[in-house]
Design a binder for this molecule. Structure first.
Ligand code: BES
Ligand code: ZN
Length: 671
């Protein structure tokens, strides 16, 4: 059996006694105790504690533990003709290990990069790019970096046509007829843009000078000495950040103000739509977040609405959120994605997971904060409604996993050469959210939990941590609630696959939706003619539904209702009159919707109902969106009913997708 060393146990007792004697503690007083190296988690979890904390990141080939990066300077040039970014990166480094033998080599990550020259303190140095190792790339080995403890390392490089970090669009592929390029580096693609310590455990301040014939945006604040006439754009990121947060885009970008500290950038043809969609809410979100956590530390908060092929909903590049044009719904209904990316300014960007095993610390926390922001503005029922949709997404995601045993645990184990892109799922988002939501509730509600939020983000600001450090901080902060914390089934929450325990959600905004969906399912099994349906249902049924309620309505239909006795043998394909008349009655709010979430759920319903004449509409739509949230399940749905159409559609559009999206759809279709 595993036993703690006596000293450790002793420590716990003394600590708890003293805390109890002091009675109610302020967060500041609690802080004093945080350095005490006790191990107070339940035994089953203590047994899993890694030897060193934060845990070592296995998704890098660099020897990042041996150096500190004091600063990183990027000097880049964008060539649309060559579809390449070239230039140099200058790292100011400091050896952490004074023992020269250990640091006689410096290892960095690269992936499909052309490394041309290396200099240490201005003198040429020998280097070698090792053979590629999937999925991590090729280690760059620099021998004898320097005899000094602090030194400058300059690497000249160029991206290649196998680069996974960038998508290049030629002038025919954009609506405005100008070429475009954007980066997407999370989780491990920074190494394909520039040689680096590509781990969320290493943070650095950045300066960047980027030359391009078209306007450039970057994950930092534009410097005064930019010389746009000479096509040189300069930026600064004063907060230390990991490499995966760097974001670069260049194209025909116009901009408009959307708040006192916010600007939106996008291609000119959608500028007014973007301004309208975001203008009202961004500053409200920032202020709501500041109240929950603490002041926004980054200065400006801008948004880049990328081209259609942008593969994610959003990416939290600091100062410059990158987002998909599918957020433009013309009714501000997808704005929660902005609340999410903004929330990353604290969770993820300030306080970062130390490796992708603990990705839930980035995304679960961010979903939690996103919903707190939405709740602060629209009320608790709206927060709970969003959580409910998330719960159903989580169910869908785990159900459709090829290997749920492996990929549905909250804490991941990517130490087996798994590509973080392959482990990506809804689980860290929604299981992570549910754990925090559960903790909020068992610890006594928001009033009790909120001081912990502030404490946690202050304590780990500008650092990277693992799940154990999160747990330690929780236990340290709530000494008087140790009993409650010990009663949490941590083993299940953190390490067991499958759904977590279901919390109680306020269903005020969902009840009408569920009732209507259940009624349709009942009637679809009973009624025959269009007239019969029309006497039961009308457009008024959904008149007051917002887009999120429409999404839940359509989703509940495909899940055969919400009631506990779901009809097992009911199949929409056997009720073609019902499904057709449903879409006809509700056409104004569903079929004509401009909200991509609603449109996608409608296609899903049509596929479930086997409305063959609509398959072509989904196929065409897949040529207009690049966001993987829609593209991947879209192809899977199409493939489930008409494989030749799915394959022909993919063949037609594959070169318009982002390289990561293209690879994953290919995999999904078994090609
Ligand atoms: N950081 C993620 C996007 C990401 C994660 C890119 C992992 C690459 C690897 C971003 O913050 C995100 O979660 N985006 C979501 C938004 C949603 C949850 C509101 C998305 O893209 O759908
Ligand atoms: Zn996120």
């Amino acid at each position: 059996m595993f036993l703690f060393p006596l000293r450790t146990r002793h420590c716990i007792t003394i600590h708890q006694c003293s805390l109890r004697l002091q009675g109610k503690l302020t967060a500041v007083a609690r802080n004093i105790h945080t350095h005490i190296p006790y191990k107070m988690l339940p035994l089953s979890i203590e047994q899993r504690r890694p030897a060193q904390s934060p845990e070592y990141d296995q998704s890098t080939l660099s020897n990042y533990k041996e150096f500190t990066v004091l600063h990183t300077d990027l000097n880049l040039s964008v060539s649309f003709d060559k579809s390449a970014i070239s230039g140099n990166v200058i790292f100011q480094l400091k050896k952490l290990n004074k023992d020269n033998k250990k640091t006689s080599e410096l290892h960095l990550d690269t992936s499909y990069l052309d490394v041309q020259e290396v200099e240490v303190d201005g003198t040429g140095a020998s280097f070698q790019v090792e053979k590629r190792k999937e999925p991590l790339g090729s280690r760059l080995v620099i021998a004898n970096p320097s005899s000094n403890d602090e030194f400058n390392l300059t690497i000249r490089f160029c991206t290649t046509n196998k680069c996974t970090a960038l998508q290049w669009l030629n002038s025919k592929q954009t609506k405005g007829g100008k070429p475009y390029v954007f980066s997407q580096l999370e989780a491990i693609h920074a190494r394909s843009l520039f040689p680096c310590f590509d781990t969320p455990s290493v943070k650095s301040t950045f300066t960047a000078s980027i030359e391009s014939p078209l306007p450039v945006v970057f994950s930092g604040i534009k410097s005064k000495d930019s010389n746009e006439v000479a096509n040189v754009y300069k930026f600064e990121q004063k907060v230390p950040v990991p490499a995966y947060l760097i974001g670069i885009a260049s194209g025909d970008l116009a901009s408009a103000s959307i708040g006192p500290r916010s600007t939106v950038y996008t291609e000119p043809f959608r500028l007014q739509d973007c301004k309208w969609e975001f203008e009202n809410d961004v500053e409200k979100f920032i202020q709501a977040a500041e109240k929950i956590i603490f002041d926004y530390e980054w200065g400006t908060y801008d948004i880049l609405i990328n081209v259609d092929s942008y593969p994610y909903g959003g990416m939290e590049s600091p100062n410059m959120t990158f987002a998909t044009p599918t957020l433009i719904a013309h009714d501000k209904s997808n704005i929660d994605v902005i609340a999410h990316e903004l929330a990353h300014s604290w969770s993820g960007n300030l306080v970062t997971n130390c490796s992708w095993n603990h990705f839930w610390l980035n995304e679960g926390w961010t979903v939690y904060l996103e919903r707190r922001i939405i709740g602060a503005i629209h009320g608790e029922p709206t927060r709970h409604f969003s959580a409910l949709i998330g719960w159903s997404d989580l169910e869908n995601s785990i159900e459709s996993m090829k290997n749920p045993e492996r990929f549905s645990t909250l804490v991941q184990d990517l130490n087996d050469d798994t590509d973080p892109d392959d482990a990506f799922s809804t689980v860290p988002y929604e299981k992570g959210f549910n754990l925090l939501f559960y903790l909020e509730n068992v610890l006594g509600g928001k009033a009790e939990f909120d001081p912990f939020i502030k404490h946690y983000f202050k304590k780990f600001a500008k650092k990277s941590l693992d799940t154990f450090q999160f747990l330690d901080t929780l236990y340290e902060f709530f000494p008087e609630k140790k009993g409650i914390l010990d009663a949490v089934d941590w083993e299940t929450w953190l390490y067991k696959p499958g759904m977590p325990p279901k919390p109680h959600f306020i269903t005020a905004l969902a009840d009408n939706v569920y009732q209507l969906a259940d009624k349709w399912i009942q009637m679809a099994q009973k009624l025959k003619t269009s007239e019969e349906f029309r006497s039961e249902f009308s457009a008024i049924d959904i008149k007051d539904f917002n887009s999120n309620q429409l999404v839940l309505f359509l989703e509940t239909l495909t899940q055969n209702g919400h009631s506990t006795e779901k009809p097992k043998d009911f199949d929409w394909a056997k009720a073609p009159v019902a499904s057709k008349v449903l879409l006809d009655i509700y056409q104004d709010k569903i079929v004509k919707s401009q909200n991509a979430e609603v449109v996608f759920k409608m296609y899903k319903f049509q596929i479930f109902a086997r409305l063959q004449q609509t398959y072509k509409n989904l196929a065409d739509w897949l040529g207009t969106v690049g966001r993987m949230k829609f593209v991947r399940p879209g192809y899977r749905l199409l493939n489930s009913v008409d494989r030749p159409l799915a394959l022909a559609t993919f063949d037609k559009f594959k070169d318009t997708y982002h390289p990561i999206c293209k690879a994953l759809v290919k995999q999904d279709l078994g090609l």
